[in-house]
Design a protein around this ligand. Structure first.
Ligand code: TEU
Ligand code: CA
Length: 562
């Protein structure tokens, strides 16, 4: 295969326009501000931006309640500003993915207004109704503790409507072919304005059957193929990155056996087990999750992330494992959310410990997939637990130690900038970190630069080398006659490991030399071909196996596994 699939070896950066940079002093970030920061992102080395919802919205769920899919919310600018943004990104070689939130609309969307008013309107059937209160109305909430039901009564329609999320987010009847056609039209519209694809929100719910008599919803996977075909026809290099927190046994349904469905999915399975591994210094469940999510078509890719804009959902761990993660990373009730997760940012979860932050990031950058960073995590930004629900981890970007972190000239930013304390903008900001060669920001820039030169991770096959120590993960990738090896020690104590890299036949000789890509300590195997390493607490190593002549040896085609 020609390695043309850009998302297989990308570095994706998630940004929300409203909290990045305010150009006009109204306290809300906007597209003009984001455009002015493109050089920052280019310098950081990211190759794609995932832009969170920016369409017209009443903003009761941070824009995930869209009231017009074909416009930019005026608070962020105009559609002209949006095109300046996609153009500016393209000029710098950065692709743009945007959120596509089509499981539901805002209840202020014209379709829903029409639907509730006019029983005979075609829009009535764009939503999901019931004359009587459905028996399971108090089940299936996504936000337990905050959301009380999945069906609400509408006075105007004199009927109950279905909402998987908050009551102001009526679900679209996605089985309706007209709704499906509209979804394609929305994709086509934004593709035309310069985006390279979509982070598709809540995919399992989009494809689920919905209705008052639906007990256990059934997934209509074929719909996914329709989305992909349309995109590929309109613009061959555009993709869908699916948000689907599903069990590994259904992954292939989402990717498609022939790679004919979703291009990318977030790996929630690995994400949760990764946090457990960090909390317990036990990599065994993580390795299990990696193996369970290994099967995928060559054209498909995992999105690897640590934290995102939502809570860290730990719902797939065992109760004991979850308690361990809570105890280590979010012991207080105000740090937890929805009976299943932690709402903090990464840095405070790890006590701002630089060694643990680097370890966590090194894992994110080297686990099988494409890394997805969240804005501000490159600085070690904190959270503001005074803000409700998930908003605590959505505060403005901290650019400098000028008022409001240089985010805005307004005295009243729409969302307060974190100020004072260890995570305040006075200490944690991009400008200061730029001046310090050893800052987390400069570390992140260097690790991204290196990550892009290790396509083996995105393209190759991985092997977990047995380390006989649950705290130490040894991961090898093979691709086109090249090999890399990553060593991570998740424990707070130094560890010693001995291992051979496991290359066979004529490749075995290469396995005797490990060249460290990040520091000067290389490793030569002993007589028996074994390496012996001492890894410091929370330490990590990135090695090339066999030496730096790897590019002279790389083959042009994929080698059959030996
Ligand atoms: O979340 C979709 C979703 O399915 C949730 O389970 C999500 O994984 C998380 O647990 C929510 O806290 C998406 C968005 O990411 C979220 O911000 C929105 O609130 C939600 O859709 C509704 O549009
Ligand atoms: Ca503004």
């Amino acid at each position: 295969m020609i390695n043309d699939l850009w998302y297989k070896n990308a570095v994706i950066y998630c940004v929300s326009v409203g909290t990045f940079m305010d150009s006009n002093g109204d306290g809300i970030g906007d597209f003009k501000g984001l455009v002015r920061r493109l050089d920052y992102l280019h310098g950081l080395g990211v190759t794609a931006i995932w832009l969170m919802p920016f369409q017209v919205s009443p903003h009761r769920d941070d824009g995930y309640d869209v009231s017009d899919y074909y416009g930019v919310d005026p608070r962020y600018g105009t559609i002209g500003d949006f095109v300046e943004f996609t153009h500016g990104a393209k000029q710098r070689g950065i692709r743009v993915l945007i959120d596509l939130v089509v499981n539901h609309t805002s209840d202020k969307h014209a379709w829903f207004r029409e639907a509730r008013k006019e029983p005979n309107s075609k829009y009535r059937d764009w939503y999901v109704w019931s004359k009587r209160k459905p028996p399971r109305a108090d089940r299936g909430m996504v936000f337990p503790g905050v959301q009380k039901s999945t069906w609400s009564y509408d006075q105007e329609a004199k009927a109950w409507y279905f909402h998987r999320f908050y009551d102001f987010q009526p679900d679209l009847n996605t089985s309706n072919p007209e709704v499906q056609a509209e979804i394609l039209k929305i994709m086509g519209f934004w593709i035309q304005l310069g985006v390279s694809g979509f982070r598709m929100d809540a995919v399992p719910f989009i494809i689920a059957t919905k209705g008052p008599n639906v007990g256990k919803p059934k997934e209509q996977y074929d719909m996914l193929r329709g989305f992909r075909e349309f995109l590929q026809w309109r613009q061959g290099d555009s993709i869908v990155l699916a948000e689907a927190n599903v069990l590994p046994e259904t992954d292939m349904e989402y990717f498609g056996a022939d790679g004919d469905r979703m291009h990318m999915m977030f790996n929630f399975q690995v994400n949760q087990n990764l946090f457990y591994a960090l909390a317990a210094a036990d990599t065994r469940p993580l390795i299990k999750a990696m193996k369970a999510t290994k099967p995928r078509p060559v054209t498909a890719q995992w999105g690897m992330f640590l934290r995102n804009h939502d809570e860290l959902d730990l719902g797939r761990l065992t109760k004991q494992q979850r308690q361990k993660v809570f105890a280590e990373f979010g012991p207080k009730p105000e740090m937890q959310l929805y009976e299943r997760g932690i709402r903090r940012r990464l840095a405070p979860m790890l006590d701002g410990d630089r060694r643990r932050l680097e370890l966590a990031y090194s894992l994110m950058f080297t686990l099988p997939g494409t890394p997805v960073l969240r804005y501000g995590d490159e600085l070690g930004m904190g959270d503001d637990l005074k803000l409700p629900e998930r908003n605590c981890a959505r505060t403005p970007m901290q650019w400098s130690n000028e008022p409001h972190g240089g985010f805005t000239k307004s005295d009243k930013p729409h969302v307060p900038v974190i100020s004072e304390g260890p995570y305040g903008f006075e200490h944690i900001n991009a400008a200061i970190q730029r001046r310090h060669p050893d800052s987390l920001l400069n570390w992140t820039e260097r690790i991204i630069r290196m990550r892009k030169e290790v396509p083996e991770i995105g393209w190759g096959d991985f092997t977990v080398i047995p380390s006989r120590d649950p705290a130490v993960l040894l991961l090898r990738y093979d691709w086109r006659n090249n090999w890399v090896l990553f060593v991570h020690n998740l424990d707070a104590k130094p560890r010693e490991v001995a291992f051979s890299v496991g290359l066979k036949g004529e490749d075995a000789e290469h396995g005797k030399l490990l060249v460290n890509l990040l520091a000067e300590d290389h490793s030569r195997a002993d007589m028996n071909g074994r390496h012996r390493l001492v890894i410091e607490a929370y330490g990590y190593r990135w090695y090339r196996i066999g030496g730096l002549d790897y590019l002279l040896r790389r083959s042009e085609i994929d080698q059959p596994a030996k």
